[in-house]
Design a protein around this ligand. Sequence first.
Ligand code: AMP
Length: 286
Amino acid sequence: MCRTIAEIREYRAQFQKDNQSVGLVPTMGFLHAAHLSLVELAQKRADRSVVSIFVNPSQFNQRADLESYPRDEARDLALLQEAGVDLVFCPTVEEMYPNGFQSWVQVEEISLPWEGAGRPGHFRGVATVCTMLFQIVQPDIAVFGEKDFQQLRLIEQMVADLKIPTTIVRGPLIREEDGLAMSSRNVRLSRSGREKALHISRTLHRLRDDLLQETTDRKRLLQDARSELERLPDVAVDYLSIVQENDLSEADGTYTDEPERVIATVVVDGVRLLDNVSLKRKALVG
Ligand code: AMP
């Protein structure tokens, strides 16, 4: 495990000498099976796998959220060792943001709606830390999960705009057996909170099936799904919308052939939970 940029650069130089490609998985730690699925993808697609664990303060707009973010470095390192990861980067905040730090990366339109609207400055923090990680690790590929779909699209946009020589690989959204999207934040749910949280994926999947029927007005289906969730105590829907996958703009009420996705953020007992489902039709077999 490395805490400094200098150490990572040394390993990176050696990988380069040995002609080995590098795959990076950026995380904030408190790892679960979804993180490990991204690691597996990186291992398949590159010779060497690097995982970063860094709870990035600049992407938190609430101090309490940053402070209560779950952490367990020893457990994370054991899981990554078991998974056969080549290198883990766990920098300190001072290593990433030394005194006098003042350069920020701002991806514009795509960072404004949804998570961006609810969490001012969040995506500026994400774009900046990912740019730094790309500069430090210089990965050939980097894997991001579809669970944070807006973040994934923002990184893809940034890498294209800034000509960063890294290929972004998408990892599918991984769910618990009962359907809840895996998240490090799920441990903050009480038993009853978790019961309520299950309604998110159920509602989204039902909504997707209804939307794919193309018989009922889309706005009405969205409104019904939102009401269904908000009927639960201490559940607030931040957004529940159909978006164009490409630019995250809200899809209008008409049915189209463009790739679209239903995205949602629902706050359950104060815990912010993200989920989304693709509106792509499954390929017909036979
Ligand atoms: P985090 O540690 O939450 O910042 O997440 C690190 C990476 O794991 C990001 O690319 C996330 O999108 C991805 N990730 C987190 N949860 C899931 C999930 N349930 N399915 C797929 N990817 C995920």
